[in-house]
Design a protein around this ligand. Sequence first.
Ligand code: GLC
Ligand code: CA
Length: 535
Amino acid sequence: MKSAPWWKEATIYQIYPRSFFDSNGDGEGDLPGVTSKLDYVKSLGVDAIWLSPFYTSPNKDGGYDVANPRDVDPRFGNLEDAKELIAQAHKRNLRVIADIVPNHFSDQHEWFQAALNSKRGSKERERFHFYDANEDGTPPNNWISLFGGPSWTQVADGQFYLHLFDSSQPDLNWDNPEVNEDFEKTLRFWIDLGVDGFRIDVAHGLVKEDVLKNHPDPQGLSNALRLDVAMDAEKRNALLLTVPYFDRQGVHEIYRKWRKLFDSYVGRDIMAVAEAWVHPPVNATRYVRADELHQVFNFDLLTAEFDSKVLFDVVERSISLNATVNALPTWALSNHDSPRVASRIGEEQARALALFVFGLPGSTYVFAGQELGLPDGQLQDSDRQDPTFFRTNGAIKGRDGARVPLPWSGETTPFGFSTAKPWLPISQSWKDLTIENELADPKSSLHLYRSALELRKEFLVGTGGITWLESSQHGHKNNSLLSYSRGSITVVMNLSDSAKEYEATGKLVIVSAGTVEAQDGKKVIPARSTAWFMA
Ligand code: GLC
Ligand code: CA
């Protein structure tokens, strides 16, 4: 029997290179820094790393504004460093996933510079979305950038260009075949350099239709699309059904082509995961049809309340929708765009939810620092760098809190991350959360992650679907327990603020907090915790 491909039920560790480890004392993490810490990464029990962008970039949006997608920005090192990182990862049997950003380039990319220096209607402008102003001088439509402010910026001759994100990130025109040719070149470039897969940024955004139509509530829509803006779930879902610029049918043609490209590397098992937050959720399954991509992110857990009904619905829906296309779900509790899970739902809840999710079928993504239970960094406005903060005049604080560098060791900030002042300050209050400290403490979040990932690999990966237990209670709000069995493991999460009895057979193998007591033949699960029992 052919064994499952490496990515099928992998645990993937997301590294934001600028915040991981600084090897050369300039206050910013870099590729040699990542390479030097691969033993730590390996020790977590993960299968792969996903590196957020490290390409040539003016860094207006944390490197998601790419000026040359086939080179390394000097702040992160050079191509030799990238090769060495990949080689060292492979030596440790860790796969490497690169980020690819096809929705837009940086305004510093040579194509955009050429477009600025060319006339309206020129082939240089046709690589982007340039339109004339309305008769009254206003932009071609009323869309608001996902980072706030208009989605359009005017150039010297009066035309406007479209940018769904920052004005320094002009959207590419995917109707122009040159764009796909260039991206295929980039994909091959990194595959030839050794990467094993891609995380496709804004994968649902590439194709635009009806660019000249206005939206009835552009500001509401822009907020609804941000993971760091809190919003009533119903309101958010209603708005998300109206996005005019995402999830057009044409994007799937692109991924069918890319899939052929990936598969042409026979024996390499190249995979791709789509960042495609689309609505209704069933649409996400289209990205993982057999001839398209391998995985699509599920963003539901990034905003879900710590509530049994909400979590039951999210998990159930994701598993069943993916099953319709023969795919497995993905799970993520944190990433570089959303508040850290420990801050969003609480420290103990975050540990409980992680342990709950690690039992599930599919791939799990862990954002570096999540294993430590890091909260969001406490920042002053003067520290902030996210374009959202500036484009909303400070009304939205932005994503910097999740991007504060990792605390490695020692008693004082910046805790071994760098010998210089880090690009975002690390609070002294993180003293107990350093990797060094957590390694020394068997009760730490780090040890929980390590043990859970090991158990997951040994007993759960490849064992198929889950069976909900106590199903009569599921689907209700404020229910205290949520439990399922899979293979030989029973997973029980107690969401309530008091200890709860549970009739579990088998022996306890791990618990996210406290200790599980046995009482009258029942097990007592501590408040806000998850336990695994083995039959
Ligand atoms: C994705 C990235 C985010 C970036 C945006 C624009 O959502 O995850 O960090 O700002 O795309 O590229
Ligand atoms: Ca550095």
